[in-house]
Design a binder for this molecule. Structure first.
Ligand code: NAD
Ligand code: UDP
Length: 311
């Protein structure tokens, strides 16, 4: 059955892929974005569809729309962008999420909120299961995002408990792919662009810190599977690829795949940068029957192709 689906942050990296997948399933999609880190270019191809509507709006302000489902993705995700205006980041995570929950309540709509592995902070448990409460600095540079997202989760669960709305929470681990903004600042896009331009690859710290990288197509399938779970199942559910790599291993892979001669340069490790991160996806595998299928080399190749056409 065709639904009216709101995707906030729909012109961003993940949102643009999600909008395309929902349109392909025959749904009407309202892509809402304030274009802080997203762009019209990311959804330009979708504009030709009569089922697609692009709406410029900031979720910090309330809005009334007729919708059956809401995917709430609006929030800058890259450290340099969420830290450039931390108060705005907090407002997006708190007032913005509250506005979307209020809309879901008013329209009896389902709402899926995208939380993050950052709720685990610099984790002392490895890999991270959903039951781990995290190790987060509440007053550091990353706090506007980490604590904003943690409180947003609290909002989601309290709206469920208090008003009975059908809420879903996913915790996304590092995701990459086409449509990342060239100035996004996250590690995969930085390294690829640097390698393609034969500029120095900027490794922060020693490069021994680890991350687990999920290709965006896999992630979008996980988001949609979560939305389709039964009422009452709210999660939170980790979504990510459990393959774990050091940042140095990632740099070497990108250099090899691009055949680049870029040197590696070492820059200071940003404050509170997590030392290790890997999702435990046992819950997603059993509940959503979901697991990522794109390996890092293949996903990087696709992403390199995308940036080659733009650099
Ligand atoms: P992105 O920055 O590319 O997309 C975010 C989108 O939200 C952008 O289009 C931006 O313009 C929009 N936006 C920001 N604030 C807004 C506001 N107040 N009102 C309306 N629109 C607003 O980031 P992304 O990687 O696509 O991330 C999407 C979501 O997934 C975010 O909520 C992020 O926290 C979450 N997430 C992403 C990752 C990842 O690795 N990509 C990891 C964990 C969580
Ligand atoms: N990083 C790096 N060089 C860069 C960008 C990031 O070494 O040009 C490191 C960063 O310090 C972190 C990891 O790569 O340890 C992932 O950073 P990113 O900003 O992509 O996401 P995070 O997981 O930190 O939110």
């Amino acid at each position: 059955m065709s639904k009216r689906i709101l995707v906030t942050g729909g012109a961003g990296f993940i949102g643009s892929h999600l909008c395309r997948s929902l349109l392909n399933q025959g749904h009407s999609v309202i892509c809402l974005d304030n274009f802080y880190t997203g762009s019209k270019g990311n959804v330009a191809e979708l504009m030709t569809s009569p089922l697609f509507t692009l709406l410029e709006h900031d979720i910090v302000c309330s809005i009334d729309l007729e919708v059956d489902e809401i995917y709430n993705l609006a929030c800058p995700a890259s450290p340099i962008h969420y830290q450039s205006n931390p108060i705005k980041t907090l407002q997006t995570s708190l007032l913005g999420v509250m506005n979307m929950l209020t809309l879901a309540l008013a329209k009896t709509a389902k709402i899926l909120h995208t939380s993050t592995s950052e709720v685990y902070g610099d984790p002392l448990v490895h890999p991270q299961p959903e039951s781990y409460w995290g190790n987060v600095n509440p007053i550091g540079l990353r706090s506007c995002y980490d604590e904003g997202k943690r409180c947003a989760e609290t909002f989601c669960f309290d709206y469920q408990h208090q008003y009975g709305i059908d809420v879903k929470v996913v915790r996304i681990f590092n995701t990459y792919g086409p449509n990342m903004h060239p100035n996004d600042g996250r590690v995969v896009s930085n390294f690829i662009i640097q390698a393609l331009n034969n500029q120095a690859i900027t490794v922060y710290g020693t490069g021994n810190q680890t991350r687990s990288f999920c290709y965006v197509d896999d992630l979008v399938k996980g988001l949609m599977a979560m939305m389709n779970t039964e009422k009452g199942f709210a999660g939170p559910v980790n979504l990510g690829n459990p393959g774990e790599f050091t940042i140095m291993e990632l740099a070497e892979k990108v250099l090899w795949l691009t055949r680049s001669k870029s040197p590696i340069t070492y820059l200071p490790l940003p404050a509170d940068d997590p030392h290790q991160r890997r999702p435990d996806i046992t819950l997603a595998s059993s509940k959503l029957i979901w697991q990522p299928v794109v390996n890092l080399d293949d996903g990087l190749q696709e992403t390199i192709m995308y940036f080659k056409n733009r650099v």
